[in-house]
Design a protein around this ligand. Structure first.
Ligand code: FEO
Length: 196
């Protein structure tokens, strides 16, 4: 009985090994991204995952204040950032290159008010935009047109990301001293639909 099981395991192992050999690689079976681009994409992957972590902490902060609409908006934002990370992860693998997952730091900010949170969000999105632009510039410099094309989605997405954060920040500034206004905005933000 034991021999039969062992034999089956060996057969399965051989089958898996043979199967792996049949997985198509790119034509030459070589890494398709140059080292600089691969490193920069992995850096961006980490930044997107860090963003997700930061926004999840913001969501928890809003939950602690019973602002369930703000909390829901931030939770969805956190999930979107995971989606951004997944796009980059898939692209690196599709390019037959190496995903290198680095440490994700604990959320660094101390949140005190909705206004403070959205100031931090806007600033953070500006940082992400700068990072995407650097990456897109590197793709141009290295004549990596495929990566440049892939990054175009992120360039456009960042316009929206910054605009959304700024719009909410401006609305918070308008109603800052009105409890009713903040509660109304909380209700409005709670309507955000999951988009990933
Ligand atoms: Fe993925 Fe909000 O940048």
């Amino acid at each position: 009985m034991i021999n039969f099981v062992a034999a089956n395991i060996i057969v399965s192992y051989i089958s898996i090994e043979n199967y792996i050999k049949t997985i198509p690689k790119n034509i030459k079976g070589e890494i398709m991204l140059n080292e600089k681009i691969q490193k920069a994409l992995n850096h961006q992957l980490n930044l997107e995952l860090s963003s997700s972590y930061e926004y999840l902490a913001m969501s928890a902060f809003f939950e602690s204040l019973n602002f369930s609409g703000f909390a829901s908006w931030m939770r969805i934002q956190s999930q979107e950032e995971n989606g951004h990370a997944a796009k980059i992860y898939d692209y690196i693998l599709l390019s037959n290159s190496k995903v290198e997952l680095a440490q994700i730091n604990a959320p660094s900010l101390v949140y005190k008010t909705p206004k403070g949170v959205f100031e931090a969000t806007y600033k953070h999105e500006q940082k992400v935009t700068a990072s995407i632009h650097n990456l897109a510039g590197l793709a141009i410099d290295t004549k990596d047109y495929a990566t440049g094309n892939f990054l175009q989605w992120f360039v456009n997405e960042q316009v929206e990301e910054e605009a959304n954060a700024l719009k909410i920040l401006e609305r918070i500034k308008m109603i800052e001293d009105s409890k009713g206004g903040v509660l109304y905005l909380d209700k409005e933000l709670g309507k955000r639909a999951k988009s990933v």
